[in-house]
Design a binder for this molecule. Structure first.
Ligand code: FPP
Length: 277
């Protein structure tokens, strides 16, 4: 009887010891990029501004033998999910590159599909976006867009202008170089009118003439689809942005991919040109 009690005692001790040590090793295990289930986001360090180059819609469609238009349509579905997830995580600004100043070079019917998708998206989503407190904003020169686009954008901006939730910047007919040239012209005009001296021109004055006036620079720029270039996106604003690339095409980009990008961002060492001790 005594022996039985002893062996039970040691068996329990052994099992407890095993789980105790296992938990210690588990809590020290480094979370690696392949370790998706273990992603632990630091909710105190969620990037304020995430900018996304929504690339790979065409390749996604091609791989499925579908017309490119369906790739863009699927891309819009991803926008819906990613805005929701960004908002849930507490991201303050999300900037989506929807149409660049260079995209006018695409076939007419593709340009028209993209414009129609934008109108459809705004019409279908505006009430949910408004309910969620999203603010719709456009970066770029929207005056060249079709009239129904301009009208829908105006309506969406007006409806959501007093909201206090996530700011959704849609970059439309946007180009970083074009933005810089416009700012330079406007500032040169002020100098010519004697309102400021050339020596007054500084970061603040310059930033006040950009489409992103009053917004923080993007903390992270995400580009799916395997391309690793900036394509004329937020050239001024990306000075200290972290870049995050992945091979996933935009229609396949998931909420988990967004969390992965944020997780990787939180593990980068941002020094902004300074030295850390
Ligand atoms: C890049 O894929 C994607 C675009 C140029 C357009 C992105 C636009 C949308 C997703 C829809 C419209 C926007 C809103 C806000 C509703 P690509 O065509 O260059 O893909 P590829 O490189 O694989 O050909």
């Amino acid at each position: 009887m005594k022996n039985l009690l002893f062996s039970r005692f040691f068996l329990i001790l052994y099992i407890r010891g095993y789980y105790f040590l296992r938990n210690i090793f588990k809590s020290h295990k480094k979370v690696t990029s392949s370790n998706k289930d273990d992603l632990q986001l630091d909710m105190e360090n969620i990037p304020k501004h995430i900018a996304i180059i929504m690339d790979g819609n065409g390749r996604w469609a091609k791989a499925k033998n579908l017309p490119r238009a369906l790739g863009h349509k699927a891309g819009v579905e991803t926008i819906r999910r990613i805005i929701r997830e960004g908002d849930r995580l507490g991201v303050k600004y999300m900037t989506l590159y929807a149409f660049s100043t260079e995209n006018w070079k695409r076939p007419k019917d593709e340009v028209s599909t993209l414009m129609k998708l934008l109108v459809q998206y705004l019409k279908e989503e505006i009430s949910e976006l408004h309910d969620k407190g999203v603010v719709i904003n456009v970066l770029g020169d929207s005056s060249r867009l079709p009239k129904d686009c301009i009208d829908e954008i105006q309506k969406a901006k007006e409806i959501t202008k007093n909201n206090t939730g996530i700011i959704m910047n849609v970059a439309l007919n946007y180009g970083g170089r074009d933005e810089i040239i416009r700012a330079t012209r406007a500032i040169a005009e002020m100098v010519a009118l004697g309102k400021i001296k050339p020596s007054d021109i500084d970061n603040e004055i310059f930033e006040n003439h950009l489409y992103t006036k009053g917004m923080p620079d993007p903390d992270i720029i995400i580009r799916p689809s395997g391309e690793q270039r900036l394509s004329n996106f937020l050239l001024w604003q990306c000075a200290y942005s972290e870049f995050w690339y992945s091979n996933i095409n935009w229609p396949d980009f998931t909420e988990e991919d967004l969390r992965r990008a944020i997780y990787d961002f939180q593990n980068r060492d941002r020094r902004f040109g300074a030295i850390k001790d």
